[in-house]
Ligand binder design. Structure first.
Ligand code: PDD
Length: 276
């Protein structure tokens, strides 16, 4: 029999099946929720402080009073009490439960929290992706659970046997459906610059910083779809994918070098720092 998934809801640890949520939770009615996905390796969270800082930023943008000490305690407990040493914690913070559905929430609702740990390892798996219009809202820098734009695009791409999408707004590259984008052009590593249209990915930041320590520059700028179609290699980063090379872009007929020296170097540097 499969062991039931364990989680924590409003501070109480239990199996996820036992957790009861009100249909008036604003997570349910409005996606008025934030989340983090915190990877851990050898039972230690990777870049925990970065995740907490990003949650703090997201909460400040939504004026949600999140008890970060409680969040840190619960994520740590999920990691240390799990039967596996490599995985990730999903942790969600919701504004609370309304007495009745209403766009404008009551003041000082009781914040609702939910988290669980899942066994997971970064896998070396080349990705087939497609490019698509970025149909999302203008505050993608907030890590909100409102992800319908990403969900619609990724599921449409799945019908074409793609694992991920790369989005663009009027030809300006933004990011993956659940990841950030890197590519190599004229022997330089490039990535779209941070702005309201992309999530400031933790894996992205860790990689840029580590490469800097090896004197390898990453150009953060506005890039266009043509830059990507002319790239020699490309990869996506996230807390669940790590660094995942892109083999092809189905609707641009672009094929990339999976063993490009700059990708191999990035992978080696990242793995050495965070996965050994
Ligand atoms: N997603 N951009 C988007 C839209 C994302 O959803 C994610 C991560 C990233 C990468 O961020 P990070 O390196 O901090 O994981 C970029 C998580 C993993 C998810 O939704 O499951």
């Amino acid at each position: 029999m499969k062991t039931p998934l364990k989680g924590v809801f409003n501070g109480a640890f239990d199996t996820v099946d036992n957790i009861k949520i009100s249909p008036f939770s604003r997570a349910y009615t409005f996606s008025d929720s934030l989340y983090e996905v915190v990877p851990f390796f050898n039972s230690t969270a990777i870049a925990f402080d970065h995740h907490i800082k990003r949650l703090e930023f997201s909460a400040s943008q939504l004026a949600m009073a999140v008890d970060l000490k409680k969040v840190i305690f619960e994520i740590n407990s999920l990691i240390t009490s799990s039967e596996f040493s490599n995985g990730y914690v999903y942790y969600q913070v919701t504004r609370g439960v309304d007495p009745l559905r209403s766009h404008i929430h009551e003041p000082n609702l009781k914040i609702e929290t939910f988290g669980y740990a899942k066994a997971h390892l970064f896998q070396w798996k080349p990705l087939r992706v497609s490019v698509c219009d970025d149909i999302r809202w203008g505050r993608c820098d907030i890590k909100s659970t409102s992800l319908l734009g990403n969900v619609m695009s990724m599921n449409a791409a799945k019908l074409d046997n793609c694992d991920e999408v790369i989005m663009h707004k009027d030809n300006l590259l933004t990011e993956g459906g659940a990841s950030n984008l890197f590519f190599v052009k004229n022997d330089s590593i490039c990535t779209p610059a941070l702005n309201g249209n992309i999530l400031p990915g933790i894996t992205r930041a860790l990689l840029i910083n580590e490469l800097k320590n090896y004197n390898i520059e990453v150009i953060e700028d506005n890039f266009r779809l043509e830059d990507l179609s002319n790239a020699s290699c490309a990869w996506l980063t996230s807390s669940t994918k790590g660094l995942a090379p892109i083999s092809e872009i189905s609707n641009l007929e672009s094929h990339f070098d999976l063993y490009h020296p700059l990708f191999k170097k990035s992978e080696e540097i990242f793995n050495k720092k965070f996965l050994s």
